[in-house]
Design a binder for this molecule. Structure first.
Ligand code: 4NP
Length: 156
């Protein structure tokens, strides 16, 4: 059965494209690319159509992930019809998604880091206004949570 996963942050140029690129790679490494479809979107509209932030692309490239084909888009109501998992990077993103979600949404809407093996990690910090360290921190969190998410999908 095909499962569809959507990662959501604010701008869809830093955190969620990183999650998109990393998780797509993890899925592909597991040979599951035809069974698990991955996408990302932002709650905000400022960066629609833009490529990921150059710092995110560079940090990801250094770990072997290619974010360059991705383009930002905004979350739409139709996403709740399509996606089985909608995973927010922080609590503000989650609050916006909960406000947007149809009452009868039957998929899984939560924080992405619910799948991180260390339960003290809850939110992926927004790296946009910080230095390059922030982007590596995002990658550390996203890589760990991606492995947890794959295990969970396999158990579904
Ligand atoms: P993201 O980071 O939500 O991880 O893509 C941000 C990108 C842009 C802005 C804020 C956060 N912004 O204010 O434009």
């Amino acid at each position: 059965m095909t499962q569809q996963v959507l990662f959501v942050c604010l701008g869809n140029i830093c955190r969620s494209p990183t999650a998109h690129g990393v998780f797509a790679q993890v899925v592909s490494d597991a040979g599951l690319q035809s069974q698990v479809l991955v996408d990302s979107a932002g709650t905000g509209a400022w960066h629609i159509g833009e490529a990921p932030d150059g710092r995110a692309t560079q940090a990801a490239r250094e770990r072997g992930y290619d974010l360059s084909p991705l383009r930002a888009r905004q979350v739409a109501i139709a996403d709740f019809e399509r996606f089985d998992y909608i995973l927010a990077m922080d609590r503000t993103n989650l609050m916006h998604l909960e406000a947007l979600a149809p009452e009868d949404y039957s998929g899984h809407l939560s924080l992405f880091l619910d799948f991180h093996p260390n339960s003290s990690e809850r939110e992926v910090p927004d790296p946009y206004y910080g230095g390059d360290d922030g982007f590596n921190r995002v990658l550390d969190l996203v890589e760990a949570a991606s492995r947890g998410l794959l295990q969970s999908l396999r158990a579904d």
